[in-house]
Ligand binder design. Structure first.
Ligand SMILES: [Zn+2]
Length: 463
């Protein structure tokens, strides 16, 4: 009952029903400011973001901590808005660092915070300064509007998510009481919009795939290149790579990925809807394989429903008149939580099927990897679902297995549920620019995302 009352009281904020709070437009301005602080990692320099945020949060009554790391210029930012303590805190985490740029590939300065055709363009617009700006503005609005809170609201701008070693794992080991909470929001799932701008689905990630490195090493005789032998290490490695290139991992669905496929099917047109339903529910191997061939043209779905392996580095030879004795490829494995990496390595070894080629994990395995999915049975997950449906009417809302990694592990390994969202409606085309060139997010999407997260925080923390 209480939820129904709250949901009704929040409806005036829903898209298309009234003007948003004026302060929501300030999200785009904050994002532009954050983009101008170059936090390309390495080295990161996330302290720039921490200082800028401290100047905004302190006057609003937040308790602010800047946590320095051993690396000069690299700091975490933590701000806490006090509630009455009757409920445990909710935490919002956003990484302040970004990946570097290929500057010559950009049509604008990636660190100028340019606005072009209603979009903010710059490194981090999607990943994840856009989300940092949305989370920060939503939390600041609670203070600006003097919302009485039943729980503390904690906002963290993290260092070193795109790198190591001073990330949230480091932070949690040293300052856990400052970031302990009942549940948390982080990056992860998507608000995917159709070409006409309406949101198709909202996916909230409850688990992340796990990234591991494996090496494929081929051996042969090291000798003068004027007398080639049949056992060339480079040829053996090339054949091994060719075999891996034509191999596909089998589909492995979890309850979360089944839910996702069924939810997206419910808002898709035939034949896509039928194919997604077949993947989610069918027991017919031939039908599943046919559906997979079509659906997996979408690299995101392809990656979500299987363990993937991708060659990322090659290393062989040292001069032009020597046949090297070995050749090596590095393979990046992205594994569904619960997978035993040794099993995957054995499968790759079987596919390569050459005694001169060995596959090994870069670091020995200690059994199945990853954290189990965060439970959907929490007030925060229910609030996300309810507010997504209010702000994006007609959209499917589902949990999701995030195909990449995040720094949610610091909380999930301690049993704290973490829900991931890139909190702005986005198209598939915009998604490909993440970590790429001319990364953009629309100002309207930032506005809607701020409204969604603010409504969610009201729902879960208002007294
Ligand atoms: Zn990210």
């Amino acid at each position: 009952m209480r939820w129904a009352v709250l949901a009704l009281s929040l409806l005036p904020l829903a898209a298309g029903q009234s003007q948003p709070p004026a302060s929501a437009d300030r999200t785009a301005e904050l994002l532009r400011e954050l983009i101008r602080l170059d936090t390309s990692n390495p080295p990161g320099n996330e302290g720039l973001v921490a200082e800028a945020l401290a100047a905004k949060f302190k006057p609003l009554g937040f308790e602010v901590d800047i946590i320095s790391t051993p690396q000069p210029g690299k700091s975490h930012f933590i701000a806490r808005l006090r509630g009455d303590g009757s409920k445990r805190p909710v935490l919002l985490a956003a990484h302040a660092d970004v990946v570097g740029v290929e500057r010559e590939q950009w049509t604008v300065d990636p660190f100028a915070g340019v606005i072009k055709d209603g979009q903010v363009v710059g490194r981090g617009a999607i990943d994840f300064k856009g989300g940092l700006a949305v989370f920060a503005r939503a939390v600041m609005m609670l203070a600006e509007n003097k919302v009485p809170l039943a729980r503390d609201v904690i906002f963290v701008a993290e260092a070193d998510e795109e790198s190591q070693p001073f990330n949230t794992t480091w932070l949690a080991e040293r300052h856990w009481p400052k970031i302990d909470c009942e549940f948390a929001l982080n990056e992860g799932g998507w608000i995917i919009k159709r070409d006409d701008g309406r949101v198709k689905y909202v996916s909230v990630s409850t688990a992340d795939k796990v990234s591991l490195s494996a090496t494929v090493t081929a051996r042969g005789t090291s000798t003068h290149s004027s007398m080639p032998r049949p056992d060339s290490a480079i040829f053996a490695l090339s054949k091994a790579m060719a075999r891996l290139a034509s191999h596909e991992s089998k589909i492995e669905l979890t309850p979360v990925t089944r839910q996702f496929l069924a939810a997206v099917a419910s808002v898709s047109e035939p034949p896509l809807s039928e194919r997604l339903r077949t993947l989610a529910t069918s027991g017919d191997a031939a039908a599943i394989a046919a559906a997979d061939r079509e659906v997996s043209r979408d690299p995101m779905i392809h990656a979500m429903i299987r363990n993937t392996f991708a060659p990322v580095l090659l290393n062989a030879g040292f001069r032009s008149n020597v046949i090297p004795g070995s050749a090596e490829a590095t393979i990046n494995l992205r594994l569904i939580p619960g997978t035993d990496p040794d099993v995957v390595v054995r499968q790759l070894q079987q596919v390569i099927n050459d005694p001169a080629v060995e596959v090994a994990l870069a670091r020995p395995s200690s059994g199945p990897v990853g954290n189990p999915p965060s439970t959907e049975d929490t007030d925060l997950y229910r609030a996300l679902r309810r507010q997504a449906q209010a702000v994006f009417p007609g959209a499917a809302v589902t949990s999701y297995l995030f195909h990449a990694g995040t720094d949610a592990g610091a909380w999930r390994t301690r049993g704290v549920p973490v829900y991931g969202i890139y909190p702005y409606p986005i198209t598939a085309a915009e998604l490909t620019r993440m970590h790429g060139n001319d990364e953009t997010v629309s100002i309207e999407s930032l506005r809607q995302g701020t409204q969604f997260i603010y409504n969610t925080l009201l729902d879960v923390s208002k007294k």
